[in-house]
Design a protein around this ligand. Structure first.
Ligand SMILES: [Mg+2]
Length: 189
């Protein structure tokens, strides 16, 4: 079986941070308003300490929605590929509260992907440490590790990456889990 690494945030679930930020600020931002991978950058500097405290007291995975078709397609892929869910969990703005983040991620994955053995969840920071045949991630940076096929899952922060850059970095853009299903199950790469 080919080893397939699947990222979690903005690939399996989405919109948690932005919903939380809107609740905290009383705003109506959309993820694309951040214009960066880190939607946290929408928080004004003078509210930052308060925001970190707010984040610490809540579970961002109570705010997410599952990405359309993700569990159904992952369950099908799981019969054909050796799947690992690979996710970075260190909270950039206050690393010492990341233990909660790890627990919240673990609980979300066990609940929403019950067909994946929890032994196949990988919590880390540097995804390049893990080799694979195929990688799926919404972050160009996190697709740097070895793989014969790298799928860039479309998200607010990578929409503007053009064909040329994709080609140069050997990335294939996918816009949905249905596209992934087609590529990995019907075309049998
Ligand atoms: Mg991600």
């Amino acid at each position: 079986m080919k080893k397939l690494l699947i990222d979690m945030d903005d690939v399996i679930c989405e919109n948690g941070f932005i919903r939380m930020i809107n609740e905290f600020l009383g705003t109506n931002y959309r993820a694309e308003d951040a214009n960066s991978y880190y939607v946290n950058d929408l928080i004004p500097a003078d509210k930052f300490e308060e925001w970190v405290k707010y984040f610490e007291e809540k579970n961002v995975y109570d705010y997410v929605n599952i990405v359309k078709d993700a569990p159904e397609v992952i369950e099908k892929l799981n019969k054909v590929y050796d799947i690992y869910i690979i996710t970075a969990y260190i909270f950039r703005d206050k690393p010492e509260i990341s233990g909660n983040q790890l627990k919240n991620k673990f609980d979300y994955l066990t609940k929403n992907l019950p067909f994946i053995d929890p032994k196949k969840f990988i919590f880390l920071s540097d995804k390049e440490l893990v080799d694979a045949d195929i990688r799926i991630d919404d972050s160009v940076d996190k697709l740097k590790g070895k793989a014969e096929l790298k799928l860039l899952f479309t998200a607010y922060h990578n929409k503007n990456i053009g064909e040329e850059e994709l080609k140069e970095k050997k990335l294939t853009r996918v816009n949905s889990w249905k596209e992934i299903e087609k590529l990995l199950l019907e075309n049998n790469v």
